[in-house]
Design a binder for this molecule. Structure first.
Ligand code: NAD
Ligand code: MG
Length: 530
């Protein structure tokens, strides 16, 4: 994420607002006047008096250069600093230029409380002249203008943060049922959860996460939320599918109840689909439902699990007990994907390939072209990938939130085979996305044999998945075993198996019934035992 550069006339509140922003974002605050004072060993006024303005400007330039080396940071600049074109160019290259604009009277009142060398003498008329001279130059530099008159420091900070969120994150709206919420996607946007919590007037939230993610992201986030006035109760659960259980949910309820959380509180999940599902389930059931926020940190959770409002835990079968419970907001920070194990990243890509195949041929082509940048975790590409995939899933969910109209079933492309493969291998061999990769190829091939899928599709999908490092063939498990698991699938009707199949890239059809013989022969051709 880019830094924030605050500038404006002396007395506009740059220092105080800078500190508030630093606390809320968890970023260092670099105040160039203070840096000059440290360097010179005396107050700015004395540098002016004893060494002259030219010397002050030299020190100020050095301070700006140093400040621009720290990223991201909140940089608060002296009022004259940005007037120098070289300073302005440096600052613009490191961050968003935020002009804190104020009118004359409040400026004079606030500026009078300190010794300002440029306002000595008749402060009011000197300030008026300076303000008039500087205003057009400040205006020309601004990416964001915040009018500060009548606002306190926190209110000004709120506006700066809102602007920052809009500039740094892509917003994808998800309409599910009667409600609409935003998925924010960007690099370093995690602390902006505070904006959403503040907007929802949440004062306390349970933050559900795993110990490793707590250390990496949770601790810092909770500090930032404190600055937003939100108290966060960390609830740490072990990683792994076993955490999606009624027992684990009961332990979370107990922690929340002990902490006195009532219906005004919220649940936030920081992690992959496991904490996403557990958190959604807890939020949807604790005291008959509290508000829910998602901070997905796996690619799979960012592009898939955090969109659509399904939340379930495993009981006698996988995802047996659950709710539809939409979040208030989702903040997908692609910077968190840097620490994700490579295998998990690749697994998430399988769902992206599926999304492209069923709904967005352009996305599929783009993913193919950008594959090495994506595997190399380039933040801008990951943000585009996530935003575009969220849009695909959101559109499907909008048409059929509760899987009643048959539209949502297209998301199951690749999954009938994938679920059987996961089950037949005891859920120990394949990550879900890996099984989906095999399933996508198998079901594309099935569609081709049925004459539903364009003959070029299986090879296109296979080649992309292989280059993404994903499996595309079945292991030597008996085809009969896979078929047995498919018969248990919810989507089966009257002895025939039901599939969502691709017609051509970007178009899919749900509810296609296929005979077991044909499915069996495709499975064998892809490596299953006869
Ligand atoms: P996961 O939640 O198990 O996370 C995978 C692993 O990566 C975990 O060990 C986790 O601790 C670790 N991890 C997560 N983020 C990390 C990061 N940024 N850096 C380092 N390590 C990180 O796996 P998943 O693939 O995200 O989710 C799978 C679950 O999602 C399944 O239970 C599945 O049923 C569910 N799911 C739900 C939906 C839905 O619509 N609700 C959709 C798809 C999948
Ligand atoms: Mg899936």
């Amino acid at each position: 994420m880019r830094s924030v550069v605050l500038y404006g006339f002396m007395g506009a509140g740059k220092t105080a607002v800078g500190e508030e922003l630093g606390r809320r974002l968890g970023w260092p605050v670099l105040d160039t006047d203070r840096m000059v004072e440290e360097r010179a060993g005396k107050a700015v006024a004395r540098v002016f008096d004893e060494d002259g303005e030219a010397h002050f400007r030299r020190l100020e330039r050095e301070a700006i250069e140093d400040a621009c080396r720290v990223r991201p940071a909140v940089v608060a600049c002296g009022g004259g600093a940005v007037l120098d074109p070289q300073n302005a160019a440096l600052l613009r290259s490191c961050g968003h230029m935020v002009w804190l604009r104020a009118s004359l009277e409040p400026l004079v009142a606030r500026a009078a409380s300190a010794d300002r060398p440029l306002l000595r003498g008749d402060a009011r008329s000197r300030a008026a002249a300076l303000l008039e001279a500087r205003t057009p130059r400040y205006a020309a530099l601004a990416d964001v203008v915040v009018d500060t008159d009548g606002l306190d420091v926190r209110q000004v900070a709120d506006r700066v943060l809102q602007a920052l969120l809009e500039r740094e994150a892509r917003a994808v709206s998800v309409q599910a049922g009667p409600g609409v919420y935003t998925v924010w996607v960007g690099e370093g946007v995690l602390p902006l959860l505070g904006l959403e919590l503040a907007r929802a007037e949440v004062r306390a939230a349970a933050l559900l996460t795993h110990p490793r993610l707590w250390r990496l992201y949770g601790e810092g986030l909770v500090r930032c939320l404190g600055a937003w006035g939100v108290e966060a109760l960390p609830v740490l659960v072990p990683p792994g599918e076993r955490t999606k259980s009624l027992g684990a949910a009961a332990r979370v309820y107990a922690r929340m109840a002990q902490a006195g959380m009532d219906r005004t509180c919220a649940v936030a999940s920081l992690g992959g689909g496991v904490v996403g599902d557990l958190g959604g389930f807890v939020a949807g059931t604790y005291m008959r439902g509290v508000r829910f926020f998602q901070l997905p940190t796996t690619l799979l959770a960012q592009v898939d699990a955090s969109v659509g409002g399904k939340a379930a835990v495993n009981a006698a079968a996988r995802n047996l007990v659950g709710v539809f419970w939409q979040p208030q907001a989702v903040v997908a920070d692609v910077a968190t994907l840097r620490t994700l194990p490579a295998r998990e990243l690749r697994a998430g890509l399988a769902e992206c390939v599926k999304h492209g195949a069923i709904r967005d041929a352009g996305l599929l082509e783009w993913t193919d072209r950008e594959l090495s940048a994506l595997l190399g975790r380039r933040a801008d590409r990951l943000a585009e990938l996530v935003a575009r995939n969220v849009a695909v899933k959101a559109e499907v969910v909008r048409q059929d939130e509760r899987e009643e109209a048959g539209v949502r079933e297209v998301l199951n492309f690749g999954h009938t085979v994938a679920h059987a493969l996961e089950a037949a291998t005891g859920y120990r061999v394949y990550l879900h996305g890996e099984a989906v990769a095999v399933g996508v190829v198998a079901e594309a091939e099935l569609g081709r044999r049925l004459g539903i899928t364009d003959p070029s599709v299986p090879d296109v999908l296979r080649s992309l998945l292989e280059r993404a490092g994903l499996p595309t063939r079945l292991p030597a498990v008996p085809a009969q075993t896979l078929l047995e698991f498919m018969r248990l699938d919810k989507k089966r009707r009257a002895g025939r198996l039901r599939f969502a199949l691709v017609e051509s890239l970007g178009r899919a059809r749900a509810g296609v019934e296929v005979s077991e013989e044909l499915v069996g022969s495709v499975l064998k051709d892809l490596g299953a035992d006869g």
